[in-house]
Design a protein around this ligand. Structure first.
Ligand code: DAH
Length: 336
């Protein structure tokens, strides 16, 4: 056995001297030092020798094992070193690292959050409702009967005769009033859908609806609330105006314009040379709507408003194409 061990040692040392690659080195380790390696096999046999032979043979095997292990570590270190042209030479530790890309909220999500934060601070509660909506809530109970010309204003996606993809967030007014008595003050953000697609329209977009009903609510409250919103959203100095308008579910109705954010009112393409930009629709809740939810219009009054989030975002960030929000082009999204 002694001769065999010494022969193994000579052979192994000759082999390891010739090794120039990691894969060969690893094969060497397995061949001699592994669980079923040649040296390991000898060590296992030592137990079967006569007792007086065991100590010397054990000592010899251990010495060879340590020698081969040491040489293995040395060879590995040598292959690793840059001088040997090993792995380490492929690494330039002075290069700057690659930072992981940090994600962030989509600009539409950000504007929704900001609108909700502003109105939450004024005491409005955030509520959400279904995108697939009954005709009743989307039109009927908002004083838009089947033959009403206002239904033509909205190119509706119909699911069935009386189920639609909601064309606005206004149905949430009815859903909330139906489920609770005044005072109510809610805002309802969410997706809405219309058959429309060009630089200023997408078939899906976002709105935020607002509603406040209580005893003694006036148009003055509406003006104060929306003026405060505009100033928080677009800056304290932003002039705004209320322009008479019509909506079937509010009377009187008004649209709110802000001074053009692009030209500061001198007139440009964005504002069609009017100096003003429309940002939302609003008005005092029409008594007809109260009829559907069993509120007494002689006791309660309130206001409602609705705004398009993409429009607010376009004005706030100076974006001229609404489609950009939904193309998921990283070059666009990274700017926010
Ligand atoms: N629902 C309207 C639209 O989509 C916006 C609107 C106008 C909402 C007046 C209101 C309102 O609550 O009072 O164009």
């Amino acid at each position: 056995m002694k001769a065999q061990l010494l022969e193994l040692e000579t052979r192994a040392l000759k082999e390891i001297d010739a090794i120039a690659e990691f894969s060969e080195l690893e094969a060497f380790r397995i061949r001699y030092l592994g669980k079923k390696g040649q040296l390991t096999r000898f060590v296992k046999q030592i137990g079967r020798l006569a007792p007086e032979e065991r100590p010397a043979m054990g000592k010899l095997a251990n010495r060879i094992k340590k020698e081969l292990s040491d040489r293995f570590e040395q060879a590995k270190a040598a292959l690793d070193s840059p001088k040997a042209g090993g792995r380490a030479s492929l690494m330039d530790l002075t290069l700057p690292g690659r930072a992981p890309v940090r994600g962030h909220l989509h600009p539409i999500s950000r504007v929704i959050q900001e609108v909700c934060r502003i109105f939450s601070r004024m005491g409005f509660r955030v509520v959400k409702g279904p995108n697939v909506e009954l005709d009743y809530y989307n039109f009927e109970a908002l004083n838009i009967p089947r033959d009403h010309p206002a239904r033509d204003m909205q190119d509706t996606f119909y699911i069935t005769d009386n189920i639609v993809l909601r064309t606005h967030t206004s149905p949430m007014q009815v859903r909330v009033m139906e489920s609770q008595k005044p005072p109510v003050s809610i805002i309802a953000p969410g997706k809405v859908y219309r058959r429309d697609s060009d630089v200023s329209h997408t078939p899906m977009f976002h709105q935020v609806e607002g509603l406040l009903v209580d005893k003694g609510v006036t148009f003055g409250d509406l003006k104060g609330t929306l003026a405060s919103f505009v100033h928080q959203m677009f800056g304290n100095e932003t002039p705004l105006r209320f322009r008479p308008s019509f909506f079937p579910f509010t009377e009187p109705s008004a649209e709110v314009d802000i001074r053009c954010v692009m030209c500061k009112g001198t007139g440009c393409r964005t504002c069609s040379h009017t100096g003003w930009l429309e940002i939302l629709g609003s008005g005092m809740v029409d008594p007809e709507v109260y009829r559907f939810v069993d509120y007494d219009p002689d006791v309660y009054s309130g206001f409602a408003f609705g705004m398009g989030i993409e429009r607010i975002a376009m004005l706030k960030y100076g974006i001229d194409d609404i489609q950009l929000f939904f193309k998921n082009d990283m070059r666009f999204l990274r700017q926010f």
